[in-house]
Each structure stands twice: as C-alpha cells, then as structure tokens.
Design a protein around this ligand. Structure first.
Ligand SMILES: Nc1ncnc2c1ncn2[C@@H]1O[C@H](COP(=O)(O)OP(=O)(O)OP(=O)(O)O)[C@@H](O)[C@H]1O
Length: 598
C-alpha cells in the first residue's frame, strides 16, 4: 500500500483502501463492471429527472465555463452510484469509456475500489481522489472530486463528480463541486411541496445571494417546511421544522447574533417562491448557434468544433446512434462552409451493393467491365470535386474500396476502374457511422490506416434521450408537422421527453407526423392521438417510473383520465372539450356516458 495511508491526514483514504481490499478487489486487476440494462438506466434517469434538471441548469454552465477545452467530465450518479448523466469533452469521454466511467455503470466503492464517487457515497462527504490514490491501478490516470447531493428531507439523491486528467485537477475543483452541490440542494429546497415563502439568512447582506446563505422554506401559513444546513447552523435551531418563521427570526435576532458573532447581526430576506425558482423540464445551457439544437451543450460543442475544422484539410468522423441527425449535421455544415457553392455528395455505403461500391465511388472508364456504360461513369468522388463527400455508414465499406479511398485521401487523386490515368480532386471528406470502428479495426474488418486518416476530428452526436433540449426539439418537430394551431398536452410532453427513443430523431419525427395527421387538427395533441405501437411503450415506461404497474393502469384508463381532465378543465363545455380532444361531440357524449357522466 502507498505510504500516504500512514499519514493521519489520510485516515479516510486508508480506511477506503482497507474497505476495497476487504471487498476482495485486487489493485492490479480491473474489476468486472456492473452495468444496467438500457431500460433500467432510462428508468433511473427518469426517476432522477428533477436532480438532472437542476444539474443542467446550475452546474453544467459553471462546469463548461471553468473546464472548456480541457480533458474533464462532469458526472452525475444516482443514490446507488450508477452514472445517470455526464457532460464535457467527448474526446475524454472515449478515454473514460476504457475504464467504464460511463452511463449505466455502478461506481460504488465495493465494486471499483477507492474512487471519488464510491468513496463520497460510502463516507457521505466531499472527497478528492487524485491519481495514485485510486485503488485500482488502471484508474490512476484520472483525478476526481465528488460530493453527495441530499434532498431537503436528508435522503441521499446522488453524487456529483468532476473527473479530469490528473494534471488538470486542483483544490479549486473540489471547491467548485461543493459550490455546485450547494446550488443544487438550494434549488431542490425551493421545490418542496407546500413551499410558498423563502427566507434567506446570512450575517452579511452581500452573502444573501451568494449561494452560501441559509435558506428556510415556509408554507402559506408561515410554518417552516424545509431548510438547509447553513440555516440550521446560523439560526442555531435544531428543530426548526413546524416553527413559525416570525418566531424564528425574532428569536434569532435576540439570541443568535450574540452567541455566534458577537458584533454582527443576522440579515433576512423574505420573498414568495416564484415559479421560476423550480427548475424547468429542459433548461437551455447555451444559446444555440446552429438550427440543429435548442440549447444542448453536446450538440453545440460538436457544431463549434466542426465549424473550426470544416474549412481545413482535416477529415471529420461523426459518430452517433442511428437517427440522431448525422446526415442533417453534415447538410448544415456544408451550407456554412467555404465549400457551400460546391456540391455535397452523400453516399450511403451500407445501402450500395458491395460489388458496385467501387465503381459508384471511383467511377470507371467506358466499357471497363461487362455491363458498364459505354460513356463510362464519373463516380461520386469526382462529382464531389470542390465540395464535400459525405460517406455515411462508412463501416460498411468493403476492404477493397477502403484501399482505394485511402489513396484518394493521401494523393488527392482518383483512379477510375479500367483507367491508368489518375484525376486530381479537391474534396473534403466527412464520414459517419453508428458502429464501433475501433472494434472493426481490431477484427480486421476496417483498415487501421484509413481509420487514422478519417478521424482527424471525431464528433459524437448525443442520442435523443441524452439531449438537454429534448422538449424544445419535440415542440419544433411537432410544429413542422402540425396542420393547424396545436399544442402538445403536458402529459404527452412528459411521456415523450422521458421515452428512450431507440430510433432517435428519425423515430420521433415519424411518430409526430403520424400523430398530427391522426389528431384531425385538435387543439391539443394527446396520447390518444398516438398510434398504439408507440403509446403503449410510452405508458409502460411511465408506469415503470411511477410503479403504477401494480394498479394495472392501462392505455384505456389513461385515455379516460385525459378525457376527464380536459372535460373538467373546460368546466363541462362539450364543444370545447370535443374540439380540444379532436373527437366529435357525439363521440364525446358516448365516452362520457360510459364513464358515468351524462
Ligand atoms: N435537428 C433536427 N431537427 C429536426 N429534424 C431532424 C434533426 N436532425 C435530424 N432530423 C431528422 O431526423 C431524421 C434522421 O436524420 P439523419 O438521417 O440525419 O440521421 P442519421 O444519424 O444520419 O441516421 P443514420 O445513422 O440512420 O443514417 C431525418 O428525417 C431528419 O430530417
């Protein structure tokens, strides 16, 4: 064991290493990962959506400002140490993937040995674990600071962590995490049910807005329903819950100012809780600089990086699940680039028959092979001259074509089939895939030299379920398809934003197009307008989240609930309810009768 464990300053570390050994871990070996199934992960992310929203609103902007361009990631786990969200540099994300510091994986200390997330969970306090202090040798290239986040009632909600390459990390990082956690806990405090009045308290006026002030939340009648630890300390009142705030303030002015700071007096700021203090479901982090997103930090970062390199002689490789919008990204990039007056030629390597790819891409001389056209064929590479060649599904390109493509990239010339005369070309190549090229290279299915040529800059576009601007994106796609003034009802929006969307934006786009057509121009787009095959999984997911499966709530009951909700919201006005639901008055009468309302 390292010598630092003998130092009394490192008691916690010594204990943590002991626990790691007692858990049967061996520092030389990377332990097996405990990884959640995608469905379970989505469920946990949904359950923690308020915490995630607070992190996105309060911590991510701070993190982006302090760590822009460095090898660092902001990581959020749930109360069991399972990573449910991560933000920051995508290139570093790939390095962290090598030790499974990624969504869905559990980082409890007993599974991973001493690490900031696991040890902060075990000790329930802020922890900084630097390089060699990690128990597992393979983890020692990183340094991490982490702190537990508690709910207003003291329940451990999760851990917030900043992981960096060792040299980037400093004591300031630990302070930053503490600050972020405090902001998040204060924000959650303002969301307690019945919280109507907020009292900020500090010894100095200037500290009232610092994020380090005491906060007391009271209900409409003035009785305390929640407070933070700073308030408990400042007001020296161990059992504040239930007390009236007037009494609390009076009492503290008389006693606390004398007992804590002899010369000082507490200052208070009392205000009603504004709706804005609760975190909106999606909170834009950036004002977007491209039409592809509405405030998603990963999309913005990808866009900014791509824009910097698209006019340089550097190939771009775009990664991302199917349907995340890789093709759309390239279209926008082309229109922004200096090559916008040149062509954008897109080739889907997965859609072309394998034996035709070479002739399609590189062209051929007249009569080069049986069945070849008499005029010959220019090929996509030469068609893209002075423009951009977008090679989608590059992983599906056969090895022979890969070899020719490498030649094009290196020599800036193409030799059509049946020709021995090369033609010069001036193209920018952008490739995309949803497959893991590292694995394909390891299996010998993708040329390593070509991989290195293509990945001048790797950009990973986030899956729809990971995007911070999900709600705005859903609304925008819905606007594109709606045939009359229509809004998505709140319940449906909640279901759509929580869904895991395996087909990403492509799937969402289809669902909203069909639903808009089925809604017959109703004022509100509702769950009942969605095709059954998508409504059911949406509900199943919600039922999972709220453990409602036990009550056997099915699609029909939910539709009835929606109908009743709308009927009541319209104070029994049949015409308005029918219009909003997009059904005829007769159908509405029939449905209401069935529900016992005549
Ligand atoms: N930002 C966006 N806003 C609205 N629609 C979008 C956006 N991005 C993509 N789409 C739509 O989603 C669908 C899928 O997009 P695209 O083909 O670019 O995805 P992809 O990642 O290239 O998919 P694949 O990997 O399967 O080729 C298209 O219909 C596209 O118009």
């Amino acid at each position: 064991m390292h010598s630092f464990v003998d130092s009394p300053q490192h008691d916690w570390l010594e204990q943590s290493w002991r626990r790691s050994q007692q858990a049967g871990l061996d520092e030389q070996h990377v332990p097996e990962h405990v990884r959640l199934e995608q469905d379970q992960l989505v469920l946990r992310q949904y359950q923690a959506k308020h915490l995630t929203a607070a992190v996105e609103q309060l911590a991510v902007p701070l993190f982006n400002q302090m760590f822009a361009g460095t090898n660092s990631r902001l990581i959020l786990t749930d109360g069991e140490g399972v990573i449910i969200g991560a933000w920051g540099q995508s290139r570093f994300e790939q390095r962290l993937t090598s030790i499974a510091l990624e969504s869905g994986v559990c980082w409890q200390e007993s599974l991973k040995g001493t690490n900031a997330i696991g040890t902060a969970l075990a000790d329930q306090r802020f922890v900084m674990v630097v390089g060699d202090q990690h128990f597992i040798r393979k983890h020692r290239f990183i340094s991490c600071s982490a702190g537990p986040v508690f709910s207003p009632s003291g329940e451990l909600l999760g851990v917030l962590d900043i992981t960096s390459e060792q040299k980037v990390h400093s004591e300031q990082t630990r302070m930053l995490i503490q600050n972020m956690v405090q902001l998040i806990e204060n924000c959650l405090l303002c969301q307690v049910p019945n919280g109507k009045i907020r009292v900020d308290v500090a010894f100095d006026k200037q500290l009232l807005n610092s994020g380090w002030q005491g906060i007391v939340i009271a209900d409409e009648a003035g009785h305390v329903v929640a407070h933070n630890a700073v308030a408990a300390r400042l007001l020296d009142h161990r059992r504040m819950l239930g007390c009236h705030i007037d009494a609390l303030m009076d009492n503290s002015l008389k006693t606390v100012s004398r007992s804590l700071v002899p010369s000082g007096e507490l200052v208070f700021n009392c205000q009603p809780i504004q709706k804005a203090e609760t975190v909106p479901r999606s909170s834009p982090v950036y004002s977007p600089s491209c039409p592809l997103h509405f405030g998603d930090s990963r999309m913005e970062q990808a866009w900014q990086q791509a824009c910097k390199l698209i006019n340089k002689d550097v190939s771009l490789l775009i990664l991302g699940e199917t349907g995340v919008g890789k093709g759309e990204f390239v279209k926008q990039l082309h229109s922004q680039s200096q090559r916008h007056t040149g062509p954008l030629v897109a080739v889907n390597c997965g859609a072309l028959p394998q034996d035709l790819i070479e002739s399609e891409l590189f062209g051929y001389a007249p009569g080069a092979f049986t069945g070849a056209s008499k005029q010959g064929y220019q090929g996509k590479v030469r068609q893209a001259d002075k423009g951009i060649l977008f090679l989608d599904e590059i992983a599906d390109m056969p090895l022979a074509a890969q070899c020719r493509l490498l030649h094009v990239l290196q020599e800036k010339e193409v030799v059509p089939i049946g020709c021995n005369q090369p033609s010069k070309v001036d193209i920018q190549i952008v490739a995309a895939t949803h497959k893991n090229l590292d694995e394909l290279v390891a299996q010998g299915l993708f040329r390593q030299d070509l991989y290195y040529r293509l990945n001048g800059l790797i950009l990973t576009l986030p899956a729809l379920r990971e995007r911070q601007d999900c709600e705005a994106l859903i609304a925008a796609i819905h606007r594109k398809h709606q045939t009359a003034e229509q809004h998505i009802c709140e319940h449906l929006m909640t279901l759509l934003t929580a869904y895991h969307w395996p087909g990403n934006i492509r799937e969402l786009d289809n669902v909203l197009r069909v639903a808009s057509l089925l809604s017959d121009e109703a004022e509100l787009l509702m769950l009942s307008h969605l095709p059954q095959h998508i409504a059911e999984p949406l509900l199943k997911q919600e039922a999972g989240g709220r453990a409602e499966t036990a009550t056997g709530k099915d699609l029909r009951t939910t539709i009835s609930d929606t109908l009743l909700e709308t009927y009541r919201a319209n104070k029994g006005n049949i015409s308005k309810t029918a219009r909003m639901l997009g059904v005829s008055r007769n159908t509405l009468y029939r449905k209401l009768r069935k529900l016992g309302i005549s």
